[in-house]
Design a protein around this ligand. Structure first.
Ligand SMILES: *[C@@H]1O[C@H](CO)[C@@H](O)[C@H](O)[C@H]1NC(C)=O
Ligand SMILES: *[C@@H]1O[C@H](CO)[C@@H](O)[C@H](O)[C@H]1NC(C)=O
Ligand SMILES: *[C@@H]1O[C@H](CO)[C@@H](O)[C@H](O)[C@H]1NC(C)=O
Ligand SMILES: *[C@@H]1O[C@H](CO)[C@@H](O)[C@H](O)[C@H]1NC(C)=O
Ligand SMILES: *[C@@H]1O[C@H](CO)[C@@H](O)[C@H](O)[C@H]1NC(C)=O
Length: 473
């Protein structure tokens, strides 16, 4: 039996009662005439729904599943014989770990350190500290993707006047939009490409928004017309676009200009899969769940730097320009603080030293949210502290962001220090070691390595491939 086939899920009753309250709140809004009365009624009775915090651990294994309650004490050795008598659950203080044993199968056991099970912070939001939502399912499904996923790329003639904006990508990936070129280069060399459209799961639209932007024949003003002409051309010359209305098609764009590029072809906006760096719910062109967030990653070669969490002397760090109300607020509250270092304008010390020497690195919504700061923080092993409401984090379908970052509401900027001080050093240790675990998923390579950024994007596409069923007619 595989040792790794156990998973622990954590449930909190409180979340259920919260959604109950939200439901009642909606009802309240609808019944305008009695709204005041009902509001009062709800606020006075909703306490009935709040039960004392009760935790359950669901232990899943190939032998079946069991739930364990009440919460596991950390101060004594207690054996839990769970509902399924084949499991023994044991909490051992000395080793700070929790051990699951299976009766009758000597040596089959699974250990978790208690820190990874305990809810972090006061609101209990950080309970599941596995970096994957479900590692086993991901690994299995990834293998399936690797074996069978097929992409058809629309070709173009060598003498096409816009060949420069189509494939192949000739230059070495660099700068802010490197993610786009890395992906394209890796895709074209990969085993996912098929020349036979009949076996394709998805169709790739290979135009480069970033190149079009700098092409004097197109420019910022001409991109929308170019895209319209491009889609018109493929819909005339191939049957695949019309067949699905574009739903099994995708493109990739890291430049923020891409957010309005599809305005003249609604089918791209509403049907195709857009893999973009500007994945904010506030952008009219971005549709959560259908589209996917592409991490903006500055290309860095060589070894990933390491600094132990105990050597990270600064609490929190931010550098950037004041180009949004959120950043303005951050500046207002924290500009003279000795622990939360916010720098606006030029930094006096090297950026990399700050990222390496800080415990938390802030990613704050600016004019755009698609900054490379999250990628920078992860590269330097700094726990991302994200202040950008309604922003789709990269690979959020796969990675459990709460296990390696903090997501703080914009309104909580004044509480930042309180929130950070509320995180114990053990809890920080878990977050930090998880950042190191996810680093490889945020790294590009010219020849992709398993589970690196290229494969993660491929997996995000794979998850979206079946959202449409194409009828042949
Ligand atoms: C498994 O171990 C528990 C605790 O030692 C014991 O109560 C239970 O009877 C055992 N079950 C089996 C099937 O041996
Ligand atoms: C994915 O496929 C490539 C090419 O066939 C192979 O080299 C690699 O080992 C595969 N990875 C996994 C995890 O299956
Ligand atoms: C569309 O096709 C026409 C005619 O072949 C060509 O001139 C034009 O450049 C194409 N446009 C795009 C955006 O591919
Ligand atoms: C796709 O639909 C468009 C608009 O209805 C039509 O002009 C075009 O001929 C169709 N393409 C194909 C290949 O049938
Ligand atoms: C920070 O310091 C500057 C200059 O010393 C001062 O003008 C400002 O009021 C201070 N801001 C806060 C929030 O304490």
């Amino acid at each position: 039996m595989a040792r790794s086939s156990f998973l622990v899920y954590y449930f909190s009753r409180r979340r259920f009662s919260e959604s109950f309250r939200r439901f009642f709140f909606m009802v309240t809004c609808l019944s305008l005439t009695t709204s005041l009365f009902i509001l009062f009624y709800i606020s006075s009775t909703s306490k009935l729904f709040i039960q004392p915090e009760q935790t359950h651990f669901l232990v899943k294994s190939s032998l079946g599943s069991s739930s364990i309650s009440p919460p596991i004490p950390t101060h004594q050795i207690i054996k839990y014989s769970v509902q399924n008598p084949r499991f023994t659950f044991e909490s051992v203080e000395a080793s700070k770990s929790l051990i699951l044993r299976v009766n009758g199968s000597e040596g089959v056991e699974k250990r978790w350190s208690l820190g990874t099970l305990k809810p972090i912070g006061s609101n209990g939001n950080y309970a599941n500290n596995e970096v994957f939502h479900d590692r086993d399912i991901f690994i299995e499904d990834y293998g399936e993707m690797n074996r069978s996923f097929k992409i058809y790329v629309y070709p173009h003639k060598k003498d096409d006047p816009f060949a420069n904006a189509l494939l192949p990508v000739k230059f070495k990936p660099g700068g802010n939009y490197a993610s786009e070129s890395y992906f394209k280069k890796a895709l074209m060399k990969s085993h996912f490409i098929t020349k036979d459209p009949a076996e394709a799961d998805l169709f790739f639209l290979p135009f480069s928004i970033a190149t079009l932007r700098y092409d004097p024949r197109v420019g910022v003003g001409g991109i929308q017309d170019f895209i319209r002409a491009y889609i018109y051309n493929i819909s005339q010359n191939y049957p695949y676009w019309n067949r699905s209305g574009g739903a099994d098609h995708f493109y990739i764009a890291c430049h923020s200009i891409g957010r309005s590029a599809m305005e003249k072809v609604e089918k791209v906006k509403f049907n195709a899969i857009q893999v973009v760096c500007s994945s904010s719910y506030f952008l009219s062109g971005y549709v959560a769940h259908k589209d996917a967030s592409l991490p903006q990653i500055w290309p860095r070669q060589g070894y990933q730097p390491y600094l132990a969490s105990s050597k990270r002397k600064k609490l929190a760090f931010f550098a950037g320009s004041v180009n949004s109300p959120v950043r303005k607020k951050l500046l207002e509250v924290w500009r003279n603080d000795s622990e939360i270092a916010v720098h606006f304008g030029r930094l006096k010390t090297p950026y990399s030293d700050e990222l390496l020497g800080s415990k938390f690195c802030l990613h704050v919504k600016g004019f755009e949210v698609n900054t490379a700061r999250i990628g920078d923080a992860i590269y330097y092993g700094c726990v991302p502290l994200i202040i950008a409401n309604h922003y789709d984090l990269p690979f959020a379908d796969i990675l459990n962001w709460k296990s390696f970052s903090l997501v703080v509401d914009t309104f909580d900027i004044p509480l930042l220090k309180k929130i950070l001080h509320g995180i114990s050093s053990e809890e920080y240790e878990v977050l930090h070691s998880n950042v190191l675990k996810v680093r490889k998923h945020f790294q590009w390579h010219l020849s992709p390595l398993d589970y690196d950024a290229f494969y993660m994007v491929m997996y995000e596409l794979w998850l979206r491939r079946n959202s449409v069923r194409v009828e042949s007619f």
